[in-house]
Design a protein around this ligand. Structure first.
Ligand code: AP5
Length: 254
């Protein structure tokens, strides 16, 4: 099967997972070494493509992608106490309480690979988390460089989330219509089993969008007032969106 329309046109970055694409080994956060030290946040509604684009931004700057959703999901699948605490909120499409999330982020930022920069995917999720993040970074003697807003409307993100399928083994993100694997239910890259996220069911998607509007969208004004917000159109081909993202961040290149 040929590549879907939203990925067609170029061979670069066809795979949306760093492991499968060979950009980086699992968990390394490593990519093209540009010597840049940048601290970024991606903000946008569920399904805007934060996870997809964060991988490419991370590879561009050779910084780790830190996805609070991924960390929670790993803990859920491993049955840790953190996972057990987070699961019921995630399944319902609600935010995990700030005290749980912030403690987890504080620990993650203390890891050596985050000392030279990072891109957050899914954090902060409300103004309180943003203020706490400012404090954590101030304690570390640093601050955010830029917040990239991925702009996509509800109709588009609902279509994306409804068809999302993720590989249990390598984490590659597929889509049942836009980017189907050739063998239904299995990953073309590693043969792993594909699964649908529990929070990608129709009612939960709608609730997540409501939660985004009420709790997360105010971050756009919060960061705009600080002069560090840039918005990009997050519709169209994945590669084109990546180009827009990298262009918006170009001045941060080392
Ligand atoms: P999280 O994992 O962060 O989910 P989310 O923000 O709802 O975002 P998604 O991962 O659903 O979407 P995305 O924007 O990353 O899109 P993706 O690239 O995958 O959070 C999950 C839960 O964890 C929360 O509900 C909450 O409970 C908890 N949580 C996490 N962080 C928290 C925090 N800070 N505080 C409190 N609780 C927290 O793309 C989606 C689909 O679209 C894929 O199938 C992809 O292939 C496809 N796609 C991507 N780009 C395109 C394109 N250009 N065209 C067509 N399809 C595309």
């Amino acid at each position: 099967m040929g590549r879907p329309a939203w990925q067609a046109g170029r061979s670069r970055l066809v795979c949306s997972c760093l492991v499968c694409s060979g950009v980086a080994p699992p968990g390394s956060g490593a990519g093209i070494d540009r010597g840049a030290s940048v601290r970024l946040v991606l903000v946008g509604p569920p399904g805007a493509g934060k996870g997809t684009q964060a991988q490419f931004v991370a590879a561009h700057f050779a910084i780790p992608k830190i996805s609070t959703g991924d960390i929670f999901r790993t803990n859920v699948s491993q049955g840790t106490s953190l996972g057990l605490s987070a699961k019921r909120y995630m399944d319902a499409g609600d935010l995990v309480p700030d005290e749980i999330t912030v403690a987890m982020v504080r620990d993650r930022l203390a890891e050596p690979d985050a000392s030279d920069g990072f891109v957050f995917d899914g954090f902060p999720r409300n103004v309180r988390q943003a203020e706490i993040l400012d404090g954590i970074l101030a304690d570390l003697g640093t601050k955010l460089d830029l917040v990239l807003e991925l702009v996509a409307d509800d109709e588009e993100v609902i279509r994306r989330l409804s068809g999302r399928r993720t590989c249990r083994t390598c984490g590659h993100i597929w889509h049942s219509d836009f980017d189907p694997s050739s063998r239904e239910g299995f990953c073309d890259h590693c043969g792993g089993e594909l699964f649908q996220r529990d929070d990608d069911l129709p009612n939960t998607i709608r609730h997540r969008l409501d939660v985004y509007g009420e709790q997360t969208a105010p971050l756009v004004a919060f960061y705009a007032e600080r002069g560090i917000l840039v918005g990009i159109d997050a519709t169209g081909l994945v590669d084109d969106i990546t180009d827009r993202a990298i262009d918006a961040l170009r001045h941060l290149d080392g």
